[in-house]
Structures are given as structure tokens and as C-alpha cells.
Design a protein around this ligand. Structure first.
Ligand code: CA
Length: 240
């Protein structure tokens, strides 16, 4: 009864041995052909540097994309600006031909501080009050006037004397201001003390006025670490 058992083990041994040989062949073949993705150290370094190269290539392309995006933004901005100009082309922009002020800082023969300097389109020039007329600039004013009523919805204003950041900190900067229109109505607002910063003041409703007077009610003190002045400037005023 034991003979059949012995004879039945022989095929089993052969099958197991075959399986072992096949697995061994598969493993050997896999090592040689890199079926399992087990790269040698040399090829690993190579693939790593390839990855780095492709990463920097990706960075370059993302920078390129960013640059083109910035370019797109500026052109979009230019386009929207052009669009805004064309959309307002039908309406007449407000125009105030003359400018007067309560006081003017004495000229140092280098700069002029007359009120016209606040509407010359140059952010580095300014109307500057005479600090001796009002040490904190309160009550000082500048007025833009026209021969007839202008349709105005707001004002862009650059407070302070923005010739340079140092000059800005040496002088006073308007804080609380009042707009007074030709019909006697007024609008008050508070400006921020920030160098070279256009601040937009939108009036609650559009006004038809032949003049805009900006009165300084209070001002920010100079912060310069050195000689300071009580003179107070406004670099630009643009009605819109
Ligand atoms: Ca100016």
C-alpha cells in the first residue's frame, strides 16, 4: 500500500522544482531587463538628474508662464484703461483752469510750491503751505476753479510733498480735509499718511460745481529724524 504513495511524491517534487526554476528565471530576467524598476545606483543618479533637469525646465516654463501672465495682466490693464477712456470719451471730464491757495511756502529757489504744482501731473512737485501761516496747517486751503460748472464724481489726491520719501517725512501731511463746492455744500474725509500714494475719494453723489476747495482741518506731523518743517503739502489733485 506504500508503493503508490512513493510514486505519487515524485511528480510533486518535479512540479516544485519546476516552479522554483521558473521563478529563478523570472527574477534573473527581471534584474537584467529592469522589469521591477530596480535601477542601478548609476542609472538612479542619472534619472535623478533628469528629474532635476526637467524640474528646472518646469520652473523655467512656469516663470515663462508667470511672465506672460504679467504681460497679459498689463495688456489687460491697458486694454481696460483704453476701454475706460473710450467709455468716458462721450462724457466731458471735469476741467479746472485756475488754482489758488490760502498760503504758499516761501520758495527756496530750488522748488516752487505754488498751488499750480498740485495739478501739474507731476507727483514730485506739490503745493506746500507756509508753516508760519499755520503751524499745524489747519485752516489752510487750495481751490480749483473753472469758468462754469463741471460734473465731478470724485477726486484722486496724493497727500504730502512727495518729491522724495525723505522730503515727505520732513513735512506735514494733510489728514482730515473738507471739500467745499460752489453751491456751499461740503464733504469731509480723512486721508492716509502714505508716501507716493494716490488716494481716491468718491463723493456720495456727483456734483456740478465751478470750484472745489480742499481745506486742511488737521495734519500728520513730520516723522523725520532731524530738521522738520510745519509746511504741509499736496502733490497732486485730479478731479474726475
Ligand atoms: Ca504735482
Amino acid at each position: 500500500m506504500q508503493q503508490p504513495r512513493k510514486s505519487s511524491k515524485a511528480p510533486l517534487v518535479i512540479i516544485v522544482a519546476s516552479v522554483v526554476i521558473i521563478v529563478a528565471c523570472v527574477v534573473i530576467a527581471g534584474i537584467y531587463t529592469n522589469w521591477f524598476g530596480l535601477a542601478s545606483p548609476a542609472s538612479s543618479a542619472s534619472s535623478s538628474s533628469t528629474a532635476t533637469a526637467s524640474k528646472s525646465s518646469a520652473d523655467a516654463s512656469s516663470e515663462s508662464a508667470a511672465a506672460s501672465s504679467a504681460s497679459d495682466t498689463s495688456s489687460a490693464s491697458a486694454a481696460s484703461s483704453a476701454s475706460a477712456q473710450s467709455s468716458t470719451a462721450g462724457a466731458t471730464p471735469p476741467k479746472f483752469a485756475s488754482t489758488t491757495a490760502s498760503s504758499v511756502c516761501k520758495s527756496d529757489d530750488v522748488d516752487s510750491y505754488v498751488p499750480g504744482q498740485a495739478v501739474d501731473g507731476n507727483t514730485r512737485t506739490a503745493w506746500v503751505t507756509d508753516g508760519e501761516a499755520s503751524h499745524d496747517a489747519s485752516g489752510q486751503w487750495i481751490e480749483l476753479s473753472a469758468s462754469d460748472a463741471q460734473h465731478v464724481t470724485g477726486v484722486k489726491i496724493m497727500p504730502g510733498f512727495c518729491k522724495s520719501e525723505e522730503v515727505f517725512t520732513k513735512n506735514r501731511c494733510p489728514k482730515d480735509i473738507t471739500f467745499t463746492f460752489s453751491d456751499g455744500s461740503t464733504y469731509k474725509t480723512t486721508l492716509t499718511r502714505k508716501y507716493n500714494d494716490y488716494q481716491t475719494v468718491n463723493f456720495p453723489s456727483a456734483v456740478n460745481t465751478s470750484s472745489i476747495r480742499i481745506t486742511i482741518n488737521s495734519s500728520y506731523a513730520p516723522t523725520y529724524d532731524g530738521k522738520r518743517y510745519d509746511d504741509c503739502g499736496i502733490s497732486e489733485i485730479q478731479a474726475f
